[in-house]
Design a protein around this ligand. Sequence first.
Ligand SMILES: Nc1ncnc2c1ncn2[C@@H]1O[C@H](COP(=O)(O)OP(=O)(O)OP(=O)(O)O)[C@@H](O)[C@H]1O
Ligand SMILES: [Mg+2]
Length: 243
Amino acid sequence: MNRLIVEGLEAGYGAVTVLRDVSLEVAEGELVALVGMNGNGKSTLLNTILGFVRPRAGRVVLEWDGASIDLAKTAPHDITNLGIASVPEGRRLVPNLTVEENLVLAGGGPRGRADLKANLASCLEMFPILQERRRQFASTLSGGEQQMLAIARALMTSPQVMVIDEPSVGLAPIIVDQVIATIRQLQERRKLTILMAEQSFFQTIAVSSRAYVLAHGRIIRTFERDLDAVGADEIRNAIMGLG
Ligand SMILES: Nc1ncnc2c1ncn2[C@@H]1O[C@H](COP(=O)(O)OP(=O)(O)OP(=O)(O)O)[C@@H](O)[C@H]1O
Ligand SMILES: [Mg+2]
């Protein structure tokens, strides 16, 4: 089975330990939510998967097409080349490049290069607003448009797995719904495998296959299925660490 596995992960910065004994799994085709309040280690976990933070203990492994790859020993650009794309916290677009230039820049790596034209066309088709604004500097886009561009940029690397960090931050509620619906479509229509950290947990859990709740660097709760049947109070209590 194709999947991304995190097992017994410990990671932190200098003398500070942020993640303790974190284990999770994302199987091919799933949209898995990682929910938790500010500062509980969501970005640290995603950045460990992406190779930007190195674990002190535990494993991060991509099992795909019969290969088993230790991501803890793989450089971030090689992780991208393996088909794991990042939609980072804060979007991190190049502000003084146009929409199209941001996309072409991302698509020029070893994995996306051969499909650059097709990927660009499909991104502009999927996001008509980006097509409309493709000669505009990224810095002039609205927050929601910037988030769409950050998602489209990740698609330019022809990924099979996407790691998305708090796409809804700073967006108006109606735009949050649009962004989350777009991510859901990517999972459904393109069969992408997605791990998404979010604080808008009700909207996120509503579209997710499964969810993990992270508090103080530990997974304190896992919602395996029937997320629709789980009451809002139960979800809220788990996230607040009361459950
Ligand atoms: N580069 C860093 N150097 C030192 N400490 C860091 C660094 N990045 C994060 N931390 C600390 O690690 C802890 C977890 O932060 P992290 O960014 O992983 O949380 P988060 O759940 O993503 O929060 P948010 O919802 O605000 O994005 C915090 O105490 C934070 O101060
Ligand atoms: Mg974060």
